[in-house]
Design a protein around this ligand. Structure first.
Ligand code: DX5
Ligand code: ZN
Length: 219
């Protein structure tokens, strides 16, 4: 099972409804919330994501790159986001927050920056529905895929399989037609792509190409 989640960080922010309509074959719409504190960039917040949710043809995969997730993450779940992913460093109590998100009906995700080890979370996998292994430093689109993160992704994959839990493994950053197979071979099943989807004339065709690449056989 392969999921392709276009990131609207690469869409036109004053034509978001139009750009959402251009990706009907997306599995989920990846929404990057940045607060200019957790990362050195700013996008949009709860009110904007609520309107995106109103008009989006596909469910939302919300990626919070913000501080104070204990306060804010549940609000995104209350909006009806399909999944809410917060960064490991943004809370002291990741398990409590994941349980809160699940109780509000959202899938709970934990994100690991390139420099953040997975070790402390491998025994807690049953508490989460998704682990996001960042393949760039969070904050900006259009960066190069960091292959150095693949051993961590492989370790998480092995731990998920060993535990027999249904946890999706997401990669985010620099995913394109060539790097998607690297991430797939390392164990990812859920792929975020911003520039690679919205960078061309036909975003939905790009999704099909990425999906074909990710479902093709490895060499
Ligand atoms: C980066 C964001 C990504 C970003 C990916 O901090 O989390 O979701 O949109 O963009 P690309 O696919 O262009 O690397
Ligand atoms: Zn993201």
């Amino acid at each position: 099972m392969v999921r392709i989640n276009p990131s609207i960080l690469a869409a036109d922010f004053v034509n978001l409804e139009r750009d959402l309509q251009r990706i009907p074959s997306a599995d989920f719409v990846h929404v990057d919330v940045m607060d200019n504190h957790f990362v050195p960039n700013l996008t949009f917040g709860l009110q904007m994501v609520g309107r995106i949710q109103d008009v989006s043809p596909r469910p939302l995969d919300v990626h919070l790159m913000i501080e104070d997730v204990d306060r804010w993450a549940p609000e995104y779940a209350r909006l009806g986001a399909y999944s809410v992913t917060f960064h490991a460093e943004a809370t002291e109590r990741p398990v409590d927050l994941a349980r809160t998100l699940r109780s509000l009906g959202a899938r709970a995700g934990i994100a690991l920056k390139p420099g953040t080890a997975a070790d402390g979370y491998l025994d807690l996998l049953a508490e989460f529905d998704q682990v996001l292994v960042m393949t760039v430093e969070p904050g900006f689109g259009g960066q190069s895929f960091m292959e150095s993160t693949m051993p961590k992704l492989q370790r998480v994959r092995e731990a998920v399989d060993a535990a027999g839990v249904d946890v999706w493994l997401q990669v985010d950053g620099g995913v394109d037609l060539s790097t998607i197979t690297i991430a797939r071979d390392a164990g990812a099943d859920t792929f975020v792509a911003g520039s690679a989807v919205y960078g061309g004339a036909d975003p939905d065709l790009r999704i099909a190409e990425l999906r074909a690449a990710a479902t093709g056989h490895s060499h």
